[in-house]
Design a protein around this ligand. Sequence first.
Ligand code: SF4
Length: 391
Amino acid sequence: MRRATEITSAAELFLSREAEFGLYIHTPFCVTKCPYCDFNSYQGLSHHEDEVVDTILRELAMLPKPSKISTVFIGGGTPSMLSEKNIERLFRAVRSATNDEFLREWTVEVNPESVTKPKLDVISNEGATRISVGVQSFNDSHLRLLGRAHSSGKARQALEMISGTKLDLSIDLITCLPGQTVDQALEDAREAMNYPAGHISCYCLTFEEGTKFREDLEAGTIAESSEELALEIMQTVYSEITSNGFSRYEVSNFAKPGKECLHNLGYWTGSDYLGIGPGAASRAGRIRSKTNLHPTEYTIVNLSETGLISEFEILSNEQIAIETIMMGLRLSSGLNMETFRNLTGMDIEEFNGVQIRAAVHKGWISKSANSFKVPANNLHLLDHIISSLTT
Ligand code: SF4
């Protein structure tokens, strides 16, 4: 029998699996590289599309059929940039790896500039249930600032087209943009809610290491919103969204009843997931692995000769505990103590009882019979609270 560290594909970790798991597929191509983006995505590499899809299909083919896949998320990058033919190949392969008995949700991310009616037909006919559209803003000057490849007109056109399908619609927005006013942020949220979206993700812009925006920030050619303005924008926008039938089930995610993203809930509650595609991460129990990052390294040749795994780690109880706290406190349902116990083999009080009691005493978190939660009015302090509980 091979040792776990000798596996060629993370799919091998899921071969004899009894429990259900999530499947994430990463497509790394984008029309342009947005200046704020630190995802594993590339402009100008679409000529590698066929070989990346070939390798994804080869990895998928390793799974026993059908596997106990409960959720699928095809993300990126920009999955809608794939040709219609490759979307069809990919979706058919996913369909044959799944079983309706277990599959509860199948999401695909699309961007307005590359989603077309024929592609939507394939997505919908092959079994996807949910579509997440990277709108980010309906304001053209903000879309240009964000380096997006679409205009507001294109976003509206894509949303109209998708609204005519049976797919559950989710809209992604980015807020707290340099120079953005509270009213402009509010207009974006209101326009998003004019479409039949059951889910809205609304993230505050961050300036991540290694991005063009971070360089610009350090060079002083771009400025962050002040903390006060960012807080006012978030409070105003989030309260507008929640007063329109959405609940804030995660710090930046809002859903109408029953429309929460089950795949992402799996990450936030410590479920196992298989990641396929360049740079995709997987977790199977204590094992975490990552696939070769660059599309040219993610090839069938490497899969058969050297394997695709670039990082492999066996997590300690402490690492799992920290991750479970970081993820659980993002949720409005909070950090479930039983989940913590099941994942780490210890009670949370054993892990960091002193810090937990101090955070409860300060009113940062609240304790109920089986969970700890960050109350909505403290969510802007989340990073600080998590750091006090995990360091
Ligand atoms: S479209 Fe999305 S994944 Fe692609 S570069 Fe822009 S933010 Fe990143």
